[in-house]
Design a protein around this ligand. Structure first.
Ligand code: S3P
Length: 171
């Protein structure tokens, strides 16, 4: 199996979809933010606050090289800015989870842990800036994606099934 690399904006549901893919396939999933947190032994929020965004992006770069060289047969969920890494296509089939900004915010706000979800993401602290970031990134996300899955009003399970069906073409 070729790696699947899940990209998309913060809060779009990459983690939930990844968990459904794992349940319904032989893929094992990893998450770049989780790996960075364990490597640094601190939360992403603390990495941003104590070491700065530049340091975080350097860690993502290191992670991208390791993924390309060392990871096989895996579903890789990424932080919303990871797509800027130059070797994305070398890592695996790029799958974009997509939804309008308004719907992403709705999804976060409807979650029982909404406050926590917003707090752990430094780039969501200012919603006007986050919207600008979304508008800036969307064309780049679309450009990079081998497969685009519109997740709006769909269950994570349905999105996972759609991914598993569409990636067959890239295996
Ligand atoms: C970021 C998204 C976050 C995390 C960091 C930066 C971004 O991941 O990597 O806060 O630049 O969009 P999620 O997309 O999982 O929230």
């Amino acid at each position: 199996m070729k790696n699947i690399i899940l990209i998309g904006f913060m809060g779009v549901g990459k983690g939930s979809v990844a968990r459904e893919v794992v349940k319904h396939s032989d893929y094992v999933a990893i998450d770049t933010d989780d790996l960075i947190e364990s490597m640094e032994n601190k939360t992403i929020k603390k990495v941003f606050a104590q070491d700065g965004e530049e340091h975080f992006r350097a860690l993502e770069k290191k992670m991208s090289k390791w993924l390309e060289n060392s990871v096989k047969n895996t579903l890789i969920s990424t932080g919303g800015g990871f797509y800027k890494q130059k070797n994305l296509k070398e890592i695996g089939t790029v799958v974009l989870l997509n939804s309008p900004f308004k719907k992403i915010l709705q999804r976060i706000n409807n979650h029982p842990n909404a406050v926590k979800k917003l707090k752990k993401r430094p780039l969501l602290s200012d919603l006007n800036k986050a919207k600008e970031l979304y508008n800036e990134r969307l064309p780049e996300y679309l450009d990079l994606a081998d497969i685009v899955v519109d997740v709006t009003d769909k269950s994570a399970l349905d999105c996972a099934k759609e991914i598993l069906k569409k990636v067959k073409k890239y295996a």
